[in-house]
Design a protein around this ligand. Sequence first.
Ligand code: GLA
Length: 406
Amino acid sequence: MKHVYLAMLVMIIVLSDSLNAQKFDGIALTPPMGWNTFNTFAGNFNEKLVREMVDIMVNSGMKDAGYEYVIIDDNWTGPRDSLGFLTVDKSRFPSGMNAMSAYIHSKGLKLGLYSDAGYQTCGGYIASRGHEFQDAIMFARWEADYLKYDWCNTEGLNAAGAYTTMRDALYAAKRPMLFSLCEWGNNKPWEWAVTVGHLWRTTGDICNCWDCIEDYGTYKKFGVIGIFDMQNGLRQYAGPGHWNDPDMLEVGNGKMTMSENRAHFSMWSMLAAPLIAGNDLRTMKKEVIEILTNREVIAIDQDSLGIQGFRYNAADSLEVWVKPLMKGDWAICFLNRSTKAKKVNFDWAQNIIIDAFSKRTLNTNETEYILRDLWAKKDIGNAKKNLIADVLPHDVFLVRMTIRSK
Ligand code: GLA
């Protein structure tokens, strides 16, 4: 009899524990930063390449600037073992995932892995459907810190259900992991995923251009500006621990001008988007490093208030974006979408910016600010007179407004 009571007690504890399943709290309080294999390498990578990237992340200053996660995207899983546990593709990772993980951690960085809610990943590799709890245990054994979870081959699955199952599996495996939902916005994850994951993709994949569409028949990829425009209306869903994800960066991938790279990086920062680089770090030019490691721009993205910016107005291909920051500061960004240079002439007195969402007002008649051009890296006076600047085609003029202490 005693044994029966004991067994019942254990069952109750196990059950109540799984009922209490939740996402891991206290991680991704600012948008995650890192580097991911997919944008440049798709399926062409192995442990040697990942190690090289890790080394460069450290030596180039990226790590010091905040890039933290090294994310091994699709195309790394091997067959399941006799007990059903996931293995790693030995041809790509001959030293095994534990060795890869140890290397990444030894450099002070964190490991991100990728799987998919279907039986197979988008690249046709083995994925987690039906093995969610077992895979989560394996990810934890490999000491992963981040899971990107894709949505290919999921016909008939309920998205909120499938992602919640993996959330519960990660929680049960007891290793805090950042959970990145890659469901492309199909089922409006911003409406249900706040308690499920730490970020959710809002769109299909980005591609390497400023403004183009790559059509693959059953799906399309969009350039930077296309993806950017699709973020409209989602601002209120983002905040510390749960971010909108407009996909990874194409900065430095070779098909955009430096202006476009700068604008892309600035706009992702104004959106409080994850900053996940996807370029070949081995060949990156000095200008690209300077963009990716501009700490003052990164500080706009990583501001601990965690409020996504918004478009204040747009006229003649010039958009004005603002983002409320900690301690009463603001970022203001002028985006030139045209192929011609534009002049900014912004009259503060005429523009009192009211943000109903954050309940903040930018009124330079009442508050004094010191202005700093974050790309030129210089102070540019105050807001007592019009803000004037020339903006190159597909570029930005990005300014931090710091409250002048009384
Ligand atoms: C999907 C995702 C991408 C990438 C690939 C990998 O397209 O949206 O970000 O992970 O799969 O195959």
